[in-house]
Write a protein that binds this ligand. Structure first.
Ligand SMILES: [Mg+2]
Length: 362
């Protein structure tokens, strides 16, 4: 029997430099200037950079010290997450005029399924144009949108003409588009995986497609199946308005192996701060914290603990990993990768104050 597959019409909407744009909107003195949202102090990290700052190669997650070196007149602005959330609600209200199938990925990004929609509009591209217009007119902010028939392509498309761009990848255009796509632009392929793919002679989608499933899983583990599928445009994930992510995690492969426990301490604290930012962006808290350590011989240990209370604040995350590792961890071998993740998540629909008293004793 032949399987009937409904072609979906999916839009991925992504606000342009969201936090930085909101700061420029609320304080016109910042318009046209290179700004970084985030702490300027020694341990600070850039949470978002305006397009003027990006010209200096400043990116989110970059240590503030480095950002200030790249652009000495960079203006640091303290983040105001309450304000970003407030605008995020308004953006979602605009989406809901067109469809109820909205899957937010963070405060400034969402998938929309508009296959059938509240305006009875046939063309998804028209809806994307209307949404971008509404956001511009009502909020005075710009969004970029990608339109396609699966999530993977819609997300890549929204990134194609940023800022203030609209890109459509039709089923006819998709095969050529994916063939010529540089491997590092595939969503889900980070720097480390990309450089590994280069070593395997894979630089574009076309080259990725020549590799068989066995080859990809042998060399890239579980993700191999995913790479195999996406390059063949097999992505049937539906837009799920009730989706709650299973986990949020950060990890880092270090340029040089780490031999020193004190440095590992510092690195795990850095990861805690980055993880806290990600969780804040996703409006999530979680109960289970997992620490991952990979040694330079590629053996790996993970240790986790499920706490009684939800955790998301950086100080609580710092206490949590210390508690998890306190008995277990001895530095037997040099470390090449550290990771920290939170699962057992819930989304903060209503802001619940996290008890700072949760700070753990040991
Ligand atoms: Mg964005």
């Amino acid at each position: 029997m032949e399987e009937i597959v409904q072609i979906r019409k999916i839009i991925h909407v992504d606000m342009d430099a969201f936090y930085a744009s909101v700061e420029q909107l609320d304080n016109p003195e910042l318009l046209g200037k290179p700004i970084a949202v985030g702490g300027s102090k020694e341990r600070g990290v850039v949470a978002a950079a305006s397009y003027e700052a990006r010209k200096y190669k400043i990116k989110s997650a970059m240590p503030s010290i480095i950002a200030a070196r790249l652009c000495p007149h960079l203006i640091f602005v303290k983040p105001r997450f309450e304000r970003y959330k407030e605008i995020s609600v308004k953006i979602r209200e605009i989406f809901s005029r067109y469809t109820d199938l909205i899957e937010p990925l963070s405060l400034d990004e969402a998938y929309l399924d508009v296959t059938s929609n509240k305006k009875n509009e046939f063309f998804a591209t028209q809806i994307a144009m209307d949404i971008r217009r509404d956001i511009k007119e009502e909020l005075n902010l710009t969004a970029s949108a990608g339109v396609s028939f699966n999530k993977f392509l819609a997300k890549i498309a929204s990134d194609e003409n940023k800022p203030d761009g609209l890109t459509v990848i039709t089923p006819e255009l998709a095969p050529d588009y994916i063939d010529s796509l540089p491997i590092e632009r595939f969503f889900g392929i980070g720097k480390v995986t990309a450089s590994k793919m280069y070593q395997h002679g894979i630089f574009t989608g076309k080259q990725l497609k020549t590799k068989g499933l066995d080859y990809l899983t042998q060399n890239f583990g579980k993700a191999g199946q995913h790479y195999y599928d996406i390059v063949r445009l097999n992505d049937n994930r539906s837009v799920n308005p009730n989706r709650i992510r299973k986990s949020i995690g950060v990890e880092h492969t270090y340029f040089k192996d780490i031999y020193d426990l004190r440095i590992i301490n510092d690195k795990l604290d850095d990861l805690s701060e980055e993880l806290a930012r990600r969780m804040n962006k996703a409006s999530a808290k979680g109960k289970t914290i997992t620490v991952k350590i990979k040694y330079n011989d590629f053996t790996q240990v993970t240790r986790s603990n499920t706490f009684k209370y939800f955790v998301s604040l950086k100080d609580n995350l710092k206490d949590a990993w210390r508690l998890i590792l306190k008995e277990e961890f001895e530095l037997e071998k040099p470390v090449r990768l550290l990771g920290l993740s939170v699962s057992n998540l819930k989304r903060n629909e209503v802001e619940v104050k996290e008890n700072p008293q949760l700070r753990l004793k040991f």
